[in-house]
Design a protein around this ligand. Structure first.
Ligand SMILES: C[S@@+](CC[C@H](N)C(=O)[O-])C[C@H]1O[C@@H](n2cnc3c(N)ncnc32)[C@H](O)[C@@H]1O
Length: 244
């Protein structure tokens, strides 16, 4: 009981922090949740495009904008917390004429991902160069840890593609391990299970460029596909029913 009350209080506090007004919230293309429940598909995908991508930590928006330019049937939802990067991504999207199909959520993706996105909505999940937290005692802060596939599987459509990149070898190995142990995901790259060259069709990002210039080394690129087991399909059907 006590734990439940504390958890509720923490969630309320995080919610208050996440929705505290910031000038960037007023910009066209920013989508700020107004309640702790799934955002409406019309708000997330205003153009109604059939293909839908979710990006965590979109930075300056290069990946999103180039993918949107390449595919007019695609809509893109991204989480990014830094105001200057949100502004820069929106400017880039406006110039490229794809702003209508991009929605940026200016909220910490560690807090409410599962609560504010509707289940079974995305065909692609993209995480490019997540913070590597290289020190051993900080590894628990890494986004892609043991609980990550379970957190995102409810948001993905069957056969969704997971696209990951990092320049940090130990984190790449952790990504391989974490998804390798998740029964609902299959590694679609041949051994050793990652590539050191950017896959065809994957745009470059600012962070990739910066790390290449500073450290002079190639990144690791990983690709997994979501194939829900029967148990996961049943869970998805239950979640869908609960949201009706
Ligand atoms: C290392 S940068 C990579 C940016 C971009 N993907 C790229 O490749 O250029 C990580 C990005 O994730 C964002 N980020 C980190 N933690 C976040 C969180 N908890 N919620 C939302 N955004 C976050 C940072 O602000 C930053 O822009």
């Amino acid at each position: 009981m006590r734990f439940g009350t504390d958890k509720f209080a923490l969630q309320q506090r995080l919610w208050h922090l996440a929705t505290r007004p910031r000038p960037v919230h007023k910009l066209e293309g920013i989508l700020l949740p107004t309640a702790l429940c799934p955002l409406a598909p019309e708000a997330l995908f205003p153009g109604g495009s059939p293909k839908r991508a979710l990006e965590l930590g979109s930075g300056w928006g290069e990946y999103a904008v180039e993918c949107l330019q390449a595919d007019p049937d695609l809509s893109w939802v991204a989480f990014e917390i830094k105001s200057d990067r949100l502004r820069s991504a929106l400017r880039r999207a406006r110039r490229a004429g794809v702003l209508e199909r991009l929605r940026l959520i200016p909220v910490n993706f560690g807090w409410f991902l599962e609560q504010i996105l509707p289940p079974e909505s995305f065909d692609r999940l993209i995480v490019n160069f997540p913070d590597p937290w290289p020190k051993r005692r900080h590894r628990k802060h890494r986004l892609i840890g043991p609980g990550f596939p379970g957190r995102v599987s409810g948001l993905l459509r069957p056969e969704a593609l997971v696209e990951l990149a990092t320049d940090h070898g130990p984190y790449a190995r952790q990504m391989l391990r974490v998804f390798g142990q998740a029964v609902d995901f299959r590694n679609i790259l041949p051994r050793p299970g990652f590539r050191r060259e950017r896959p065809a069709g994957a745009p470059g990002t600012r962070f990739e460029q910066l790390t290449r210039a500073e450290k002079g080394r190639a990144a690791y690129y990983l690709r997994f596909q979501f194939h829900p087991t029967e148990a996961a399909e049943k869970e998805l059907a239950d979640t869908r029913a609960a949201h009706k």
